[in-house]
Design a protein around this ligand. Structure first.
Ligand code: NAD
Ligand code: SER
Length: 308
């Protein structure tokens, strides 16, 4: 049977790019987009869907003959600190709906992204291992960590084929980021080009793991295509690519815009960033299913300026 794929949360930073990549791979009509709002820019099958409405998700899956779901609807770290109960409900309830759809055999495969936010202040911050202390201090991180445990449980108890990556901060030009702590690394490009300067909400020396969106999309597709027996982590995989500070990113930007200036006004997101890893050990992903990033800092910055 041909695969028919549903993206839940297709209008966001990742969904915007994943939709095109999946449609290239599976064909336009085989990939169904859905989000809270209708997007004029999407061709092909596209539905308004509130992922909190489990019945509506069930009906869309059944009516559209869906075999795989990519669940991207979520509340990210900075926004979830402002709306903790809403963030918890959105991040957990939507995952349960999809895990149950898989357990009941309505879909064959589920992709659900986790995050470096599963780590916390007690985690080793350099080259953070796949398995280590996970005591997240944000609601977002708590929801991602709990989600990982549920994914593994559904796999072990019910054989659900659920797969996941702990994305670092993602950098892209097509769509704005949706309320995360790593958003500065996208905003900075737009402000650099428009105004020649940027005020960073993270301090100069705050190192965080990051990844350029083409690498993130390829990692996602490669994980989902890998034979099931190669997937040893049914919670979620560490995936790494870049690690830099706002000061290092601004130096890389100055190679394209020499007059670019940055200053720093850390806000509540600094505390979140300080609880996250600086760099990631992704050797499990490299060994199990062959993960390898393409973009280093210079290549990512050049490509961003070529597109924005
Ligand atoms: P985003 O905020 O840009 O997009 C999320 C999309 O979900 C939005 O289009 C929003 O309208 C939609 N949505 C929200 N509530 C919904 C609901 N009830 N029903 C249907 N749609 C709803 O987020 P993103 O950056 O694309 O992230 C997608 C996933 O990847 C999330 O799980 C996020 O935690 C994870 N992630 C993202 C990053 C990153 O840097 N972008 C890093 C780590 C993990
Ligand atoms: N980029 C995300 C955030 O900052 C990490 O999961 O929330």
């Amino acid at each position: 049977m041909a695969e028919r794929i549903l993206i839940v949360g297709s209008n966001g930073q990742i969904g915007t790019e994943l939709l095109g990549a999946l449609r290239n791979q599976f064909g336009n009509d085989q990939v169904v987009a859905s989000d809270l709002r209708f997007s004029q820019s999407i061709d092909g099958p596209h539905f308004v869907l509130d992922a909190m409405n489990a019945q509506a998700v069930y009906e869309l899956v059944k009516n559209q003959g869906i075999t795989q779901i990519y669940l991207l609807a979520a509340m990210l770290s900075a926004t979830a600190e402002k709306f903790p109960q809403k963030g918890w409900s959105l991040n957990m309830d939507t995952l349960f709906t999809c895990l149950e759809l898989a357990r009941e055999g309505h879909i064959k495969k589920l992709y659900w992204p986790s995050s470096i936010a599963v780590f916390g202040p007690t985690t080793p911050r350099e080259n953070t291992p796949q398995a280590t202390v996970t005591e997240p201090s944000t609601i977002y991180g708590i929801s991602k960590f709990a989600g990982e445990r549920w994914c593994e449980w559904y796999h072990l108890k019910h054989g659900v084929d659920v797969r996941s990556l702990r994305y670092p901060g993602l950098i892209s030009y097509s769509s704005p980021p949706g309320g995360g702590t790593t958003d500065y690394a996208v905003d900075i490009f737009h402000k650099a080009k428009a105004e020649g300067r940027y005020t960073s909400f993270l301090s100069a020396q705050t190192a965080l793991p990051m990844m350029y969106m083409p690498d993130a999309i390829r990692a996602t597709l490669e994980l989902m295509e890998a034979p099931a027996e190669k997937i040893k982590q049914r919670g979620s995989y560490n995936v790494g690519a870049l690690s830099f500070t706002p000061a290092e990113l601004s130096l890389a930007i100055q190679k394209h815009i020499p007059s670019f200036e940055i200053d720093y006004a850390p806000d509540f997101r600094q505390q979140i960033a300080d609880s996250w890893p600086k760099s990631i050990d992704d050797s499990a992903a490299r060994t199990d299913w062959g993960w390898k990033p393409d973009f280093n800092l210079e290549a990512m910055v050049s490509d961003m300026f070529a597109h924005i």
